[in-house]
Each structure stands twice: as C-alpha cells, then as structure tokens.
Design a protein around this ligand. Sequence first.
Ligand code: GLN
Length: 276
Amino acid sequence: MTYQEALKKAEEYLVSRGIDNAPVDAWYLMEYSCKCDRSWFLMNREKEMPGPLYARYQSMLSDRARHIPLQHLTGEQEFMGIPFMVNENVLIPRQDTEILVEEALKVIKPGSHVLDMCTGSGCIIISLMKYKQDILGTAVDISNAALDVAKENAARQGVCIDFIQGNLFQNIDGKYDAIVSNPPYIPTDEISKLMEEVRCHEPAGALDGREDGLYFYRQIITKSCGFLKAGGWLLFEIGYDQGLSVSEMMKSAGFSDVRVIKDLAGLDRVVKGKLP
Ligand code: GLN
C-alpha cells in the first residue's frame, strides 16, 4: 500500500468511526508514525509504505477510533506556539485559554510574582514566563500526577517555577502581583454530555466545577483577596455562560476594573479585575 492510499483509507476509517475532523487526525497520525512532514509526503506519496510503519500507523488509528484523544497518542499539544507534553493526568491545553494568557500579558509587569491556580500541564504559567521576561512564577495543583507533567514541561522550556501541591490556597503564603486560573468549570450534570474524548479520557477533576460550575470561582475569588498585593490582578478563564456570574462575584468581593473578554468565536471567555 502506498502512503497516499494508507492516508485515504485512514480518513475513511476514522470517518466511519465517528471521529470529528477525521482527515486532520488521519494526517497528524501519519506525520507522527512516519516522522514525515507535508512536503516529504507530497514527494513520496506514491511509494510503498514499509510494513513496520504501516503497522504502527494502523495501531494508532485503532486507538484513535476508540476515541482516545489525538494528543494522548502523540503525547503533545501546542499552546501559544510552545509544545506541551500531555497525558491522561492533565487537561489538554485549549486554544481558548490563549485568550487568558494574552490578557494576563497585558497587565503583568516585569518583576511581577504570578500565581497559577490549578496549573494542570503548566501551559498558562510556562507561556507567561516564556513571553514575559523577569517574572517569578508559582503554580499550584491538587494533583501530584498533574504537577509531574507541569514540572516536565517547565524543564523542557527551561523555566524555573515554584510548584506547590495543595487544595487551592492551602499551602500558599505571601502576596502576588497577579493570580491566573483556568479552574474546572463544567457543571457536574453537563459532564455526561461532553464528547467521549473529554468525558472518558481527560481527568474529571480538571473539568468538574461542581453543581453550578462556579464552585472554584467562588473559592478562589473569596480567598484571593488575602493573596494579592494592592493593585494586583485576578484573571480567570470562564465558560461561555459564566461571564455575568463571575464578574458579579468579583465586584461583590471588592475588585475594580472588572471586565469580561470574548474569545475569537465571540463568546465570553475571560474575566479580569484588580484589587484596589
Ligand atoms: N491550567 C490548565 C489549563 O488551562 C489546567 C486547567 C484545569 O485543569 N482545569 O490547561
């Protein structure tokens, strides 16, 4: 079978198994299993695919057909132009979260000490430290398995972060110039409606925002006042329908300059506010 035939067959197979964006995933798995890029493929597509490569490609395709996320097969997801190692212990970084990083970059000044609450893969704090020189980073997660991934990502990017295991602010002291967080925010009842890739393969603890999805915002907003310097910023990623609730909570807690920022799809995605 030629490379081209194998790719076409793979696309049809993933479509038949109900995989979203089947042609894209068939291509990425071809690229990954054959370690080739688009231009190599275009030059060599009529050639026979060697048996071991074909077998490797088929095995990855059958895992993908079982709705294992593409990123768990390749072990990686790009975020803010940086490759992040991922596994089943962390949320796969989402493009939407880049909005949070971009907003944080606007308000964080050189020399700031930034706290990333619920760091997961570490994608937020690591990107901030790569794009803004001279900031200090601290990152918290309740899961040691997630922290292992974040530590590996920080090491790969050559950034030095203070990683702390704990339940929210449990093991934190001191005051920060900014707190950033993409906490779990899906209401418990909604989790069963998510796609299989997310529902069955991403950590429930990174998704579940309890009854109304707002549990972690309530906790973090109330407690953050004690961990922010005067003039410090609190920035959250939120679900598309949480802008009003979260911004009201921040105003009631005494934050000023509270603003909701939309994502590229025009949906509410980030809330930020400043401690007077
Ligand atoms: N902060 C991480 C991310 O944005 C993890 C978020 C989470 O686990 N809810 O990807």
